[in-house]
Each structure stands twice: as structure tokens, then as C-alpha cells.
Design a protein around this ligand. Structure first.
Ligand code: IGP
Length: 261
């Protein structure tokens, strides 16, 4: 089994357990009490139109490949630093078993700034999309390698119904073609191979020219320097999802500012 298959199997059990305790009516009541979605894709597009690198800055405590990334983990402080540094959006890991994430981190990060927030998790069921909006998420991630076309479309429909943007993650031509059949025009390429954890930006270079017209295209994972971003921008990629390289900095705001330019 690949790590992704392991993670999704764990996630299915976790979702089944939560569904048994939280009714859909409860989720709808929580959604009704939420502040409206902040436009996630719109924030990226605006930043690019201004001629800047559009960062989705990620709040990430740990990962399966690196273990603990930051001991003094403080989601609202990181959110403020990212916002101060000029990030366009936030991403917050909420998966607990593999990334030591928590939904409270998303709630606290979103309350600490005015940036739109992506719930970074492994979505395997449309119920999780309602759950994402109920905690205030402005966008969700759908990983093409993790779910089939029916599940992709159902999760996207739930997201549209609740005003959430969808970032669909792909890592090859086949998955890009599947993403292109969805309505969303926000597509990310994960440069990290989930079997070997190797990072190769050639995945992004290779796929960007095949992206559907008018699509907002995001390079994800392993980006660590301003030069990485500038090189990708030469190839027409202007949106970047960055976690570890920013999370490891003493001065997160300054590091973010240096990336944005
Ligand atoms: O920390 P990095 O190498 O900058 O990567 C961030 C982000 O791309 C990575 O966390 C990620 C990309 N796709 C995912 C799917 C699930 C969990 C995590 C991820």
C-alpha cells in the first residue's frame, strides 16, 4: 500500500466515527453561524494581477517524512506573520494521524487574520466538505490520486453549494485530465512523490502548459527559496503552496516577505 492509500483508509474510519457523533443538522447549524467564505482563488488572482508571487502559506506542525517541523507551534502567531509578510492565502493542515494537525488550528488561524484559508486534509467524503465550512474554511483540497471521479464531482458539488473554492491536486497528465473535467479552475501540482517523498519541479514544468485555459495554477511542495519561485514564474506559474521552508524560520514574516518580493 502507498502512504496515500494508508492515509485515506485511516481517514475513512475517522470520518465514519465523527459522522456517528455529529449530525448533518448540527453541521448545517454551524455553517449558518459561520462568517461568509473569503474568496480564496480571487485572492490568488488579485495578487498575480498585481505582479507579485501569490503564496498559499501553510501552517504545518509535522509531516510523515520530516516528523515534527516546529516545536513552538503557534497557529494564530504564524497566521499573523504570514499575513504581515504578504501571503495571499493560508493553508492549515487539519489531519491529525499523519500531520499532527487539528481543526482548532484552522479556527484559530482564520480568526487571527483576514486571509482566506484552505483546509488541508484528505477529503474522501462530501460530508467532510460541510465539516470544512462548519469550521470556517474558505477552500478545500481534493487530491485526484486519493479519490475517484464520482467522489471528486460530489465533493466539488458540495463545495460549490457552500461557497467554498476547490483546489484540485494532481501529479501527472492523467490526473490533470480528470481535474479538467471538474468545474474548478484552481489546479495544483504536487511536486512531491508520495511514494518516495522526492521533490521534482519538472512535474510542474511539464504539466503547466497542459492546464485548461483560464486556470489558476499552483506549484506545491518542496519550494524553499525565492529563486525556486522566480524560476517557476519564468514558466508561467505564479501561485505557490509553501509549508516547511517558512515554518522553520525564526522570523516567519520576514521570510514570507522575501518570497513574495
Ligand atoms: O512543506 P512543503 O514541502 O512546502 O509542502 C507544502 C504542501 O505542498 C504539502 O504540505 C502538501 C501538498 N499536498 C498535500 C496533501 C496533503 C498533505 C500535505 C500536502
Amino acid at each position: 500500500m502507498t502512504i496515500l492509500a494508508d492515509i485515506c483508509a485511516t481517514k475513512r474510519k475517522e470520518v465514519a466515527a465523527r459522522r456517528a457523533t455529529v449530525s448533518t443538522a448540527t453541521l448545517h447549524a454551524r455553517i449558518a453561524a459561520q462568517t461568509p467564505p473569503r474568496g480564496f482563488r480571487a485572492a490568488l488572482d488579485r495578487t498575480v494581477a498585481d505582479g507579485r508571487h501569490a503564496l498559499i502559506a501553510e501552517i504545518k506542525k509535522a509531516s510523515p517524512s520530516k516528523g515534527l517541523i516546529r516545536a513552538d507551534f503557534d497557529p494564530p502567531a504564524h497566521a499573523r506573520a504570514y499575513s504581515e509578510g504578504g501571503a495571499a492565502c493560508l493553508s492549515v493542515l487539519t489531519d491529525a494521524p499523519y500531520f499532527q494537525g487539528h481543526e482548532d488550528y484552522l479556527i484559530a488561524a482564520r480568526a487571527a487574520c483576514s486571509l482566506p484559508v484552505l483546509r488541508k486534509d484528505f477529503t474522501v467524503d462530501p460530508w467532510q466538505v460541510l465539516e470544512a465550512r462548519s469550521i470556517g474554511a474558505d477552500a478545500i483540497l481534493l487530491i485526484a490520486a486519493a479519490i475517484d471521479d464520482v467522489c471528486l464531482a460530489e465533493c466539488e458539488a458540495a463545495a460549490i453549494e457552500h461557497g467554498l473554492d476547490v483546489l484540485v491536486e494532481v501529479h501527472d497528465h492523467d490526473e490533470l485530465a480528470r481535474a479538467a473535467r471538474l468545474k474548478t479552475r484552481l489546479i495544483g501540482v504536487n511536486n512531491r512523490n508520495l511514494k518516495t517523498f522526492d521533490v521534482d519541479f519538472r512535474r510542474t514544468y511539464e504539466l503547466v502548459s497542459h492546464a485548461p485555459a483560464g486556470c489558476t495554477f499552483v506549484a506545491e511542495s518542496g519550494l524553499s527559496t525565492r529563486a525556486d519561485l522566480d524560476a517557476l514564474a519564468e514558466h508561467g506559474v505564479h501561485c505557490f503552496l509553501i509549508g516547511e521552508a517558512l515554518m522553520r524560520q525564526d522570523d516567519v514574516a520576514a521570510a514570507t516577505r522575501a518570497m513574495v518580493g
